[in-house]
Design a protein around this ligand. Structure first.
Ligand SMILES: Nc1nc2c(c(=O)[nH]1)N[C@H]1C(S)=C(S)[C@@H](COP(=O)(O)O)O[C@H]1N2
Ligand SMILES: [Mo]
Length: 413
C-alpha cells in the first residue's frame, strides 16, 4: 500500500482496533445456556439435491429492469447486486441477464450449430459432438455495453451500485475453442469476419472480426462448473472475453464466415456510439478499463468514524488490471489499493484498502489502470465527444459522497 494518503492505515492497526465497534465485550455473567445455542440442541435439516442460499439472504437478488413489461415481458435486463457480493465470482443465479426477446426453451438433443459461408465444407455440430472436443476454462467478466449508462443522465441516480453497474458479472466458463471447429470447416483465405447468430426469437446476430474470434472465442458449454443456465444461453453460447456483452451470442446456432461485416440490426440501430460531430463509432468492441467502489456505496450507511475496509472491483477488456488507486478526499490524495489474487486478464479483480474515517464528509473514488496503461476518464471528459443520449461503454470514475451522518450519495464532480 502506498502511504501518500493521510487515510491509509496499516492493516494490523485495523485488526488491533477490533476492526469496528462491533465487537461487544462478553458479559461477565454470560449464562452457560448462551454457550449452547439452540441449533446445537436439535438435529439439522437433511441433505438436498440442489442447494440454495440461506433464507436469511433472501434480499440478495437480481435487480429487474424490464424494458416493455406489457408488450414484451422477455425484453430487458436484470442486474447483479454487486454491492452485496464479495470476491470476484458471480453466483450463476445472480449473473446479470440481457434478453432481446426472452429466454428460449432449447432441447440440447435437438440443438445444432451450423458453420457455413466462406468455408471449404459447411458443418453442423450437435451439442454432443461439440462436447467431444478438448475444452478450456477461463474466469472472465461479461459486461453489457450499456452498463453504468445511468451515470450519463443529467442527475446522478441514487440507486445501489448494483443497479448502476450491475450489467456486469464474472464466471468461470468452460467450452471448446472456436478455432477447433473453424479448422474443421476450413476457413477460406479471404474470410475476415464472421456472423454469430442466436437461436432465440430476437434473431440477434453480430459481426465479429475473424482474427479476434479465431484467437479468443470459446464455444461455452459450462458456467461455474455446471451446464450453462438457460438465461446465459443454454446449451451453447459464444464467449468473446473482454468484448462487449452483445457479441457473446447466447443460444448460438449459426456462424457464417464472410469477407466484411454483415451490418446486422444490433450493430447499426444499436451498439454504435453517436458522437457530437454526427459520426458514429462502429465496431468499438472491447470493454474499456473500469473500477467501482462497492463498499461503501449508495444505500449503505457508514456507522460512525473508525476503521473500515474500502472494497470494490476493477476490470479491463484489454487485459489484466495493473493498479487501482483510491481517494477518500475527492482526489487530493490517492493510495494504491491492495489487489487480491487472482489477477487475471479480462476478469474482475477485487481491490481493498483500509480506511480510518474521521467522520467528516468524504469523497470516495477509485481509478483503475490496466497492464497496457488504459485508465478511466472523468465523467466530463468521457461525455465530451458523445451526442446526448449515447451511453455505451461508459467507464468514467465513479464518485461516492459520504456525509458526516454516514449516508452515501452518488455525485458528479
Ligand atoms: N441470442 C442472444 N444473445 C445475446 C443476447 C440476446 O438477447 N440474444 N443479449 C446480448 C447482450 S446485449 C448481452 S449484454 C449479453 C448478456 O448475457 P447474459 O444474459 O448471459 O448476462 O448477451 C448477449 N447475447
Ligand atoms: Mo448488452
Amino acid at each position: 500500500m502506498s502511504d501518500n494518503s493521510k487515510d491509509a492505515v496499516p492493516r494490523r492497526a485495523v485488526l488491533k482496533a477490533g476492526a469496528a465497534a462491533g465487537l461487544a465485550a462478553l458479559s461477565a455473567k454470560a449464562h452457560a445456556d448462551d454457550l449452547v445455542p439452540s441449533a446445537m440442541r436439535e438435529p439439522g435439516s437433511p441433505m438436498s439435491t440442489y442447494g440454495a442460499p440461506s433464507p436469511h439472504e433472501a434480499d440478495v437478488k437480481r435487480i429487474l429492469t424490464p424494458a416493455y413489461p406489457d408488450i414484451s415481458p422477455g425484453t430487458g435486463s436484470s442486474r447483479t447486486p454487486l454491492h452485496l457480493l464479495d470476491g470476484i465470482v458471480t453466483p450463476s443465479g445472480l449473473h446479470y441477464e440481457r434478453h432481446h426477446d426472452g429466454v428460449p426453451d432449447i432441447d440440447p438433443a435437438a440443438h445444432r450449430l451450423l458453420i457455413h459461408g466462406l468455408v471449404r465444407r459447411p458443418i453442423e455440430f450437435s451439442v454432443a459432438a461439440l462436447a467431444r472436443y478438448p475444452r478450456v476454462s477461463r474466469l472472465v467478466f461479461l459486461e453489457c455495453a450499456g452498463n453504468s449508462g445511468g451515470n450519463t443522465q443529467p442527475e446522478p441516480p441514487q440507486t445501489s451500485a448494483g443497479a448502476i453497474h450491475g450489467l456486469l458479472s464474472c464466471s468461470e466458463w468452460t467450452g471448446v475453442p472456436l478455432r477447433y471447429v473453424l479448422d474443421e470447416a476450413g476457413v477460406d483465405s479471404d474470410a475476415r469476419w464472421l456472423l454469430a447468430e442466436g437461436g432465440d426469437a430476437s434473431n440477434l446476430g453480430r459481426s465479429i472480426p475473424l482474427d479476434a474470434a479465431y484467437r479468443h472465442a470459446i464455444l461455452a458449454l459450462f458456467q461455474n462448473g455446471e451446464r450453462l443456465r438457460p438465461e446465459q444461453g443454454y446449451p451453447l453460447r459464444l464467449l468473446m472475453p473482454g468484448f462487449e456483452g452483445n457479441l457473446n451470442v447466447k443460444w448460438l446456432h449459426r456462424i457464417k464466415l464472410a469477407k466484411s461485416p454483415l451490418f446486422t440490426r444490433e450493430e447499426t440501430s444499436k451498439y454504435t456510439e453517436l458522437q457530437r460531430d454526427g459520426i458514429a463509432r462502429e465496431f468499438d468492441l472491447v470493454m474499456p478499463a473500469k473500477s467501482v467502489v462497492l463498499s461503501p456505496s449508495v444505500g449503505m450507511i457508514v456507522p460512525g468514524k473508525g476503521f473500515y475496509e474500502i472494497s470494490g472491483i476493477a476490470w479491463s477488456g484489454y487485459g489484466r488490471i495493473a493498479k487501482v488507486e483510491v481517494t477518500t478526499d475527492g482526489g487530493r490524495t490517492w493510495a494504491a489499493a491492495e489487489l487480491a489474487d487472482p489477477i487475471l486478464p479480462q476478469c474482475l479483480t477485487r481491490f481493498r484498502l483500509d480506511w480510518n474515517w474521521d467522520g467528516k464528509p468524504a469523497l470516495l473514488e477509485s481509478r483503475a489502470i490496466d497492464e497496457f496503461g488504459n485508465g478511466q476518464p472523468t465523467r466530463a471528459a468521457w461525455m465530451a465527444p458523445f451526442a446526448p443520449g449515447q451511453a455505451y461503454h461508459y467507464n468514467a470514475v465513479q464518485s461516492w459522497q459520504v456525509a458526516s451522518d454516514g449516508t452515501v450519495k452518488n455525485v458528479y464532480v
